[in-house]
Design a binder for this molecule. Structure first.
Ligand SMILES: O=C(O)C(=O)C[C@]1(C(=O)O)C=C[C@@H](O)C=C1
Length: 240
């Protein structure tokens, strides 16, 4: 005999409610994707100087929905919206990410996956300089580990001035940085990333810094000072 107990009917009613909500969510998601495609056309042409990613706008979108969400849901909302925005970006061209992290490969890869979502085409790579060159050519963004024995970050100041750091993964003191051809006006509104020679990652220069790495007198650090990218202070980007 078919189970038509009250519990079964209640379960069926709840599942029906979920189906109706899924229909609404799907319609809204598809509308959002279509609008993201139009935003992409309204921004730089595909051959423009910067990748389509706009970290500042993504930060605004995420902060807004997280502030509106019930506190218990904020983690779920953040990860879902990362996916939503990642697919929005993919409507403007699939995002490519090269990840270099020789010491803890899965850590940087997981951080990048959470940040860029399932839509991103991610690869592990074995040469940070090749990843920087690839990013500077505008093919995608690089996620590179710091404190890995290879001070690739010195090159951001000396060789790769078209690239900016636009995110960090691994906590308050990031263990990997995201680098790309990002419009400096579109950097997130968080700590600035500085690279300077002869720095002590302390307060010797008058700007308070939190050190991330040092190498032969070069220092990679974060500061809350509102520096402009590319200035004499050695600001090479910002993280959210
Ligand atoms: O606002 C934009 O510039 C968009 O392209 C839209 C959108 C989004 O889906 O909200 C997608 C990608 C960008 O990195 C930022 C935001």
């Amino acid at each position: 005999m078919t189970d038509i107990s009250p519990e079964h009917m209640a379960l069926a009613a709840l599942r029906h409610e979920i189906d109706l909500l899924d229909d609404e969510l799907l319609a809204l998601f598809e509308r959002r994707l279509a609008i993201a495609a139009r935003v992409g056309k309204a921004k730089d042409a595909p051959s423009g100087p910067h990748v389509k990613l706009r970290p500042d706008r993504e930060q605004t979108v995420l902060d807004r929905v997280i502030a509106r969400a019930a506190p218990d849901n904020s983690e779920a909302v953040e990860s879902l919206w990362r996916q939503i925005v990642g697919w929005g970006l993919a409507r403007q061209g699939r995002m490519k990410v090269q990840v270099w992290s020789p010491v803890e490969p899965t850590r940087a890869f997981d951080g990048a996956r959470l940040r860029f979502g399932a839509a991103a085409d991610m690869r592990a790579v074995y040469d940070p300089q090749a990843a920087l060159k690839w990013a500077a050519e505008g093919h995608g963004v690089a996620v590179l580990a710091v404190n890995s024995g290879d001070p690739w970050w010195i090159g951001l100041r000396r060789e790769w001035s078209s690239l900016s750091v636009f995110d960090g993964f691994g906590g308050d003191i990031p263990t990997a940085l995201a680098v790309g051809k990002i419009d400096p006006a579109a950097l997130p509104n968080g700590p600035r990333v500085m690279i300077d020679a002869g720095g002590d990652a302390g307060d010797g220069s008058g700007i308070r810094r939190r050190g991330l790495a040092t190498h032969h007198g070069w220092t990679l650090s974060l500061t809350d000072a509102r520096l402009g990218v590319g200035g004499d202070e050695g600001c090479v980007g910002a993280i959210g």
